[in-house]
Write a protein that binds this ligand. Sequence first.
Ligand code: GDP
Ligand code: MN
Length: 403
Amino acid sequence: MDIHEYQAKSILANFGVAIPRGGLAYSPEQAAYRAREIGGNKWVVKAQVHTGGRGKAGGVTLCENEEQVFDAADKMFGKRLVTNQTGPDGKFTYRVYVEGGVHIEREIYLGFVLDRKSERIMVVASASGGMEIEEISEDHPDSIIRSIVEPAVGMLDFQAREIAFKLGVNPGQIPQTVETIIGCYKAFRELDATMVEINPLVVTSEGAIIALDAKMTFDDNALFRHPDISELRDKSQEDQRESKASDRGLSYVALDGEIGCIVNGAGLAMATMDIIEVSGGRPANFLDIGGGASPERVAKAFNLVMADDNVKAILVNIFAGINRCDWVAEGIVQALQNNPVDVPVIVRLAGTKVEEGRKILASSGLPIIRASTLAEAAERSVEAWQNTNKSTNNVQILGEVAS
Ligand code: GDP
Ligand code: MN
C-alpha cells in the first residue's frame, strides 16, 4: 500500500528525520492560509498524488506570495496529474501540501528497499539526488552506494556513518545524516514497509539535512499489525478495479491486453500470462482467486474481469490440489448462468476430480470451450479473441454499407 508524501513525512519525522514546516490543504483558500501559518517568503505547493515525477509534470510549484500559492493550488485541484509514472490516465489531486521553501545546496538520493537476492533490507544512496533512481543508474552508475543491513543487529551507527562519508557530506553534517539514515531504517523495519525513498534529501545553505520529498510503501500482508497505517489508505489513488478486488479478497492487477485470466495460485497465474504471450495474445489482467475457489469467488472473478471493456475472451485455468475440479466447474456454471458473458470462455481444469469437472461443463449446455492442457487453452483463447476481432470488423464494414 502506498501513502501520500505528507503522510510519509509525518511518520518519518517521528523517527527523527527533519522535514520542512508544512500543512495540508483541501482548497486554494486553505492553501493560502497554510502559507500564512508557515510564514516566511517562499513556499512550495505540492500535489498529493501517489506518484513520483510530479516536479516535471506541474505538480510542484515554487511560490513567492500568498496569491501565487492560491493560484498554484487552484491549478492542481480536481485535475488528473499525468506524470511519467502514472500512465495516460493520471491521478486525481484532492489534496495539496504547502511547505516553507528551502534553500538547496545539494540534493542527495536515499532509498531503502527489500533486496530479494540477499533477503535483507538494502540502503541505496547517491550523491546525485534530485533525479529518479532509474536515471541515476543510467547516467551515474558509479555514484550509487549499496549497503545491506544485517537483520540480527539492525542498522548500526558505523554503517550509517560510512554511507554518510561516501555521500561526501561535510563532517559537521555527519551526525544529522546518520540520524536520518537510522530513522528511515527504523521506520522501515518497525512499520513493515517495503520501500522508503527520500528524493531529494537536501543539504540546505544553512547546513541542515532535510527530507524534501518522501515516499513509503507498506507490505499489505502486514497491515493488520498497523491499524494506524491502514487508515492512511487513499482509494482515490488506486486503480478502481484493483481496490474492488482487494476488498473482495482477490489478488488482481489490471493490464492492457485482451485475454482475461481467472486462475488459482500466483505462480500458475504468471505461467498462464506467459503462455498467452507465447501464443500471440496479451493478458488483460493478473488474477489469483486463491486456493478455495468457491462458486461465489468464481462469480466475483467473472464480474471483475468482465468490467474491463478490453476483454475479448476469458481463460479460466484451475489446478485443483486441495480444491476439487467438480466443485470449481459447478462454480463456473453457476457464475455463467447467473451472469452470462458475451465473450468466449475457455476452461482448462486439472487435478482432483478432473473427469467429474469436465462432465459438469460438458452437460451444462453453456458454450464453454474446453481444453486439456495449458498450451491448448492459451491457443484456443488467442484464436477465440482473433475471431471476435474479425467479427467486430465485419460489423463495422456492414455498418458502413448500411449508412
Ligand atoms: P517529485 O518530482 O514527485 O519527486 O517531487 P519532489 O518533492 O521531489 O519535488 C521535485 C523537485 O522540486 C525537487 O527535486 C526539488 O528540486 C524541487 N523542490 C521541492 N521543494 C523545494 C523547496 O522547498 N525549494 C526549492 N528550491 N526546490 C524545491
Ligand atoms: Mn522526489
